[in-house]
Write a protein that binds this ligand. Sequence first.
Ligand SMILES: [Fe+2]
Ligand SMILES: [Fe+2]
Length: 470
Amino acid sequence: MYVYTGISEAQKIGKYGVDESARLMKRLAYIYRRLMMVGAAHMPARMNWHFKAGLARHLFEDSHAAGLFMKRASELRSPSVQQLKDPDPWLALFFDELLMARSDYELWTGIYGVVRPELRRLLRQYAQDTQPLVDYPTLRAIKQVLSDLDEQTAWGEAIRPALLEDAAFFSAHRETYSIITDDESTAAVFCDELRKLLAQVGGFEGRALKQAENVPDRKRSQQKYNMPLRAVRDPRMGGDTLGRTGVANPPTEPELARIIANVRTRQEELGAAELCAATMVLQNNMPWSFYEDLARHCWDETRHTLFGQAVLDLGGYDWYSMPQFKGDYDPHMMKPVANSYIWLSIGIEGSAMRKDGMPKEARMLKAAAEKTDNEVVKLFAQCVDFDWADEVTHHQFGRKWAEELMDDYRTSERIANREMELNFARMARDTCSFWEDKPDSFNKQMFLNDWKDRLRPELLKELDERTLLP
Ligand SMILES: [Fe+2]
Ligand SMILES: [Fe+2]
């Protein structure tokens, strides 16, 4: 069909007028904004490595969906959507309760068992019922979001058995590990409560509460959600560190050993992603574009982590059994989060942009990739090429938000530089103490040489005198 540009049913009477469509778009924008924030709040708190990564990707996709629906609502004569208001206290309560999930699998049931399937149903229904020609821009937004939802729910089903396996393992080893887990039967309580609540408040469509006796109570959300002070890792990995520990089976050839050490550093960027997630949650009342930038930043740092993981796995280098680096999250949670975000985006990412930073690394790898058949080197060269592009964007985010957060850029820079010195001293201490008692090797000498000058006693003394995290 070529008439009406191929839009079928161009003459049907649709279910929605502008007012009703705008109302739904506002609700969808709110739902996706809250869903994004639930993902951000839980990403540092959840245990399963792959689940954390999926949460980061999906919170970015959720920010995109929220932006699309917000824009569409504003086109439908509702410019007030930009003010990020809560459209409905009952819908807010639903997300407050979802936020209080206590384990990986409980969160899974809430997001992938209730919210996403319900959103999929609602959006498919809308697409079917609306007038396809007059409401084309809404349909286009919905099509993009539905395509993400299809992938998200498929991924949710794929990771489900892994989370249940974790639950079975940790419940069988309660005396060794203090990880809270849920299985099908214990998570069903939380999941049923969410379903009941959603039905009670009229679903995501928001058929408003008609009867006063139906007004739901707060349950778990009578308490406040607290961001974890320490990022959670699977305790079956090699423990935590604030230093650089390389891989368990490093190559002996010096040039490749240096490259693999740098690949491991990429795999260790999850803490930076978690810091972005914490910034989204803890830095309130910023313009919407701040949260969009941070959602992107969070997913990018997770991608960098996955770059590292993919390259190490390709080469058979063991990163999983090694101590997991948390220097980009744990030590920074004792500061106002704006301070820590400035350290990351102005300090670390600013210095990565200097000539001797990523540009040098990217060029060196490109040259190495051209003269070798080693797929590990070729893949990593490509990763760093794109990583460098991402870091330029992140530093721009930092420049954009520093003044808003700290009043002026120079102060931000001074704070960032000081935090970098402290952080390097902390990293140097953990790096040197890790390598100290290891047998001599090229790898050991490389790490000790890289870090020995950063061991500054006056800074370490200052750090020791600070209030330590509980
Ligand atoms: Fe990165
Ligand atoms: Fe970055």
